[in-house]
Design a protein around this ligand. Structure first.
Ligand SMILES: [Zn+2]
Length: 124
């Protein structure tokens, strides 16, 4: 939602309840709906462009993992250690959203750092 409840309250305060308030309210409601529709369309398009709309978004393919390891040159992005064997590496979702498999949201972490990161996230 581009305009949330707070904004609605703000708009109500700004336009008051005097003459023409009802007309303004209708206009505002119409605008909110239009903005919401626009936002939904933009999100859909942006997802399509990024190739995010996959049937099984949660499942990260093996070739995708290998691509990330290769892009990061087998280097853990936290401790900067190099691992020749990818068995020591894991792909981490930077924004913590496991459904966001955009490559710019994925980074290589070693098992130790990944464990530390997810441990910190879970304890929050
Ligand atoms: Zn590490």
């Amino acid at each position: 939602m581009l305009i949330n409840k707070m904004d609605e309250k703000f708009i109500e305060k700004e336009f008051g309840n005097g003459k023409g308030a009802a007309k303004n309210q209708n206009l505002i409601t119409d605008l909110i709906i239009r903005f919401d529709d626009m936002e939904k369309s933009i999100n859909k398009l942006s997802d399509l462009i990024k190739g995010k709309r996959r049937k099984y978004a949660r499942h990260l393919k093996k070739e995708d993992k290998l691509f990330i390891y290769n892009r990061d040159k087998n280097i853990c992005q936290k401790c900067k250690e190099y691992f020749e064997n990818t068995a020591f590496l894991q792909v981490d979702h930077i924004d913590k959203n496991k459904d966001n498999n955009n490559f710019d949201n994925l980074q290589t972490l070693c098992r130790k750092c990944h464990h530390e990161k997810t441990g910190e996230e879970n304890s929050k």
